[in-house]
Design a protein around this ligand. Structure first.
Ligand code: SF4
Length: 380
């Protein structure tokens, strides 16, 4: 296992008998581990200061999760007026040990410490319940909503518990979403066509200046090649596309590197999204990353969904630039817009997602999961 830079790993006594607690005790010296009760750090209220935020990413708490693991992606909320792609999330922890300047978790989560949930058996039971009820529906399930799917997976090995489940239900799709290059721990389980590993990727200049602690551009491409070779499906999320001086040259380089290293048959989809965040995140980003950060330099506007976005014309120009670069290389590249309004879909692709070849299934309504009747999602 490659090293992790945690200051301290706190383990809830209630997680003492879990596999992940045993693995942590075997992998770390005892002075890195502290045992705590279930009230540990439960009393934090309000936004985190810069120092608290940085501490929350260097320390981790292993604890059981007490809510629903399996739920619909927040993009499905009626309030957001976005085009939803039937995505479901399985949260196996919260907060992330990587540190991107634009990360939406800054305003979405208010947790004072990163968490790994130790009761993976309950998550698997919820999942299996749905899988058995709807084995033939094309559910897409991601584990990277509020934590990077793989950046701590060498520690938890949760990938090795989920992949065999999805192998039994080929109509369902599992998506690991990551900015790390930690994939070696499950490559031997391939080939599994319905397990996708996706990288959020940006040009090197953006990765170097905005995505702290993540795998560099070349490292992500190397890990992505391993995924294809092992028989898993690959996806790239070019998201968030960030406006900066020279953006056209830099995004052209990114597209050219993808088409040089991969073919449309290697990649299930490529999703595109432009920079967006909740208004309250603007001050947090300024305090935490400074005014030199590229996310703090552009003019942003409040959109119908309430989020700050680039002007609609600029968004459309950026989407069309990237889309055309792919399509000029090969019309077979399968591209969709993530978290966008129907108007942007129409302007960029000249059609709604339901009418784009290969994407119909992503947008077809599916039966509701149990958590949709008891919890309301917050806009992402
Ligand atoms: S890798 Fe994803 S979850 Fe982690 S800090 Fe970056 S944007 Fe946030």
């Amino acid at each position: 296992m490659r090293p992790f830079n945690f200051d301290t790993i706190y383990i809830d006594e209630a997680s003492r008998d879990s596999d992940v607690a045993h693995r942590i005790q075997a992998a770390f010296p005892s002075d890195k581990i502290q045992w705590v009760d279930s009230q540990f750090m439960n009393d934090h209220k309000g936004p985190l200061s810069k120092d608290q935020f940085e501490w929350s990413k260097r320390n981790v708490l292993v604890t059981p999760f007490k809510g629903h693991f399996f739920k619909r992606c927040p993009g499905a909320s009626q309030k957001t007026a976005l085009t939803c792609c039937n995505y479901y999330v399985l949260n196996l922890g919260s907060q992330c040990n990587l540190n991107c300047s634009y990360c939406y978790l800054q305003s979405y989560l208010n947790t004072a410490i990163m968490k790994i949930y130790s009761n993976i058996d309950m998550a698997k039971a919820e999942l299996l319940d749905m899988m058995k009820s709807f084995p033939k529906y094309p559910y897409r399930v991601g584990t990277g909503e509020i934590i990077d799917s793989l950046s701590m997976d060498e520690l938890t090995l949760y990938s090795r518990q989920l992949i065999p489940l999805f192998k039994e239900f080929p109509h369902w799709t599992l998506e690991f979403k990551t900015k790390s290059d930690r994939v070696d721990q499950f490559l031997d389980l391939g080939p599994v066509e319905n397990v996708h590993v996706s990288w959020s990727i940006n040009p090197p200049v953006i990765i170097d200046s905005e995505e702290h602690g993540t795998a560099r551009f070349e490292q992500r491409l190397t890990a992505a090649r391993k995924i294809v070779n092992a028989g898993f499906k690959l996806a790239f999320h070019i998201d968030p596309i960030i406006y900066h001086e020279g953006w056209k040259e830099n995004y052209a380089f990114l597209v050219d590197e993808i088409v040089r290293n991969f073919s449309p048959t290697d990649l299930k989809v490529i999703s595109l999204g432009t920079l967006r965040f909740q208004p309250e995140q603007r001050l947090m980003m300024r305090e935490r990353f400074g005014m030199n950060s590229l996310v703090n330099q552009a003019e942003m506007f409040t959109s119908d969904s309430g989020k700050m976005r680039y002007d609609w014309h600029l968004r459309t120009e950026m989407f069309q630039f990237v889309l055309n670069r792919f399509k000029n290389n090969n019309p077979a590249w399968n591209i969709f817009l993530c978290m966008e309004t129907p108007e942007t879909w129409a302007t960029t692709l000249n059609k709604s997602p339901m009418k784009v070849d290969g994407l119909e299934n992503l947008f077809r309504p599916l039966p509701k999961v149990k958590s949709e009747t008891s919890e309301s999602a917050t806009a992402r």
